[in-house]
Design a protein around this ligand. Structure first.
Ligand SMILES: Nc1ncnc2c1ncn2[C@@H]1O[C@H](COP(=O)(O)OP(=O)(O)OP(=O)(O)O)[C@@H](O)[C@H]1O
Ligand SMILES: [Mg+2]
Length: 296
């Protein structure tokens, strides 16, 4: 697995306030990496350090296995805060200005406008754009230099449901082209829908990192009922970590790692017991996220 970004004990302290504290992250190439955390947890500060606009007070980071440099910055497209566009200029004209500043040449302007779905409105003035269109123009601007990595801070903030859906599918589309994306969000479902990997920050500290799909697997819980008392059966079942009665003779069973309702059903059947109710309850990322936050 190729690594695009790694941070080592990366920290930013403001006096006694630890905005980011000893952060170790590894971002695999081609991933959509979500930095998830509540307001004030250090997401923007982290992205700011990675983009060299905030000076770390400790630790380090490597982009493409090398310490940050101007050369590498060119491979990174970023939207930290909404970039300033000229309200009276069109999308095309605004991107021409950006291209001049970034010294990249205007050839890619039609292509990036097409990718973000602004081609039809490309000659309209920026001030006539909706919030979602403005955000898409920001992304187009970050794409101009054909970066290997995109950094996005809360890319769907303030958008309506359609705008949110558009931006999310655009992000997935960009990732499909082989780009690595690092995005900060305080929204669980955003990370669930868009990201492949994620890290959870709380008060500046990393409290969890892993693959989104692994979290969805999680430890599964099964609710089971049979016409006989299941308590003694479940207690001696090696597949079961814990079983507690809920209601109407049902039991909520925590299954051993990797074991599912199918295994439990087979076990009961071998004991000549037929389940009259069997239901898997996979833990959602949301529930786990809240559990993670509560542990912190
Ligand atoms: N320049 C600064 N001086 C002092 N404290 C700061 C400064 N910038 C950020 N902080 C503090 O650092 C902490 C992390 O802030 P940060 O903006 O990184 O959080 P965030 O996760 O991006 O939050 P949000 O979801 O609200 O955008 C906060 O407690 C914030 O008040
Ligand atoms: Mg922020």
């Amino acid at each position: 697995m190729e690594t695009v970004l790694s941070t080592h004990q990366l920290s930013k302290h403001y006096g006694r306030l630890k905005a980011v504290d000893k952060l170790d992250l590894t971002v695999p190439k081609g991933s959509v990496f979500g930095i998830l955390g509540p307001n004030g947890s250090g997401k923007t500060t982290t992205l700011g350090m990675l983009l060299d606009v905030i000076q770390p007070t400790g630790g380090s980071y490597n982009w493409f296995d090398k310490p940050g440099s101007k050369e590498q910055r060119k491979k990174i497209g970023a939207i930290l805060e909404t970039p300033i566009f000229y309200p009276y200029l069109s999308a095309v004209k605004n991107l021409e200005v950006v291209a001049l500043i970034k010294e990249v040449g205007p050839q890619r302007i039609p292509e990036v406008l097409k990718q973000v779905g602004l081609s039809e409105r490309q000659n309209d003035k920026y001030r006539t754009y909706s919030l979602g269109m403005k955000q898409r123009l920001s992304i187009a601007s970050a794409l101009l230099c054909d970066p290997d990595v995109m950094i996005l801070d809360e890319p769907t903030n303030g958008l309506d449901p359609q705008g949110i859906a558009d931006i999310r599918s655009l992000i997935i589309d960009i990732a499909r082209q082989g780009k690595t994306i690092v995005l900060a969000s305080h929204l669980l479902d955003e990370v669930q829908k868009v990201c492949t990997d994620f890290a959870v920050l709380n008060k500046g500290s990393l409290i969890y990192t892993g693959k989104v799909e692994d979290v969805a697997k999680g430890e599964s819980k099964v609710v089971v009922k049979a016409e006989v008392n299941l308590e003694p059966v479940l207690q001696k079942c090696p597949l079961v970590v814990d079983a507690k009665p809920v209601n109407n003779g049902r039991f909520e069973v925590s299954m051993a790692e990797g074991k599912t309702a199918i295994d439990l059903n087979r076990f009961l059947f071998d004991q000549k017991i037929v389940a009259s109710h069997l239901e898997t309850q996979t833990k959602s990322l949301e529930k786990q996220f809240l559990e993670i936050l509560n542990q912190a």
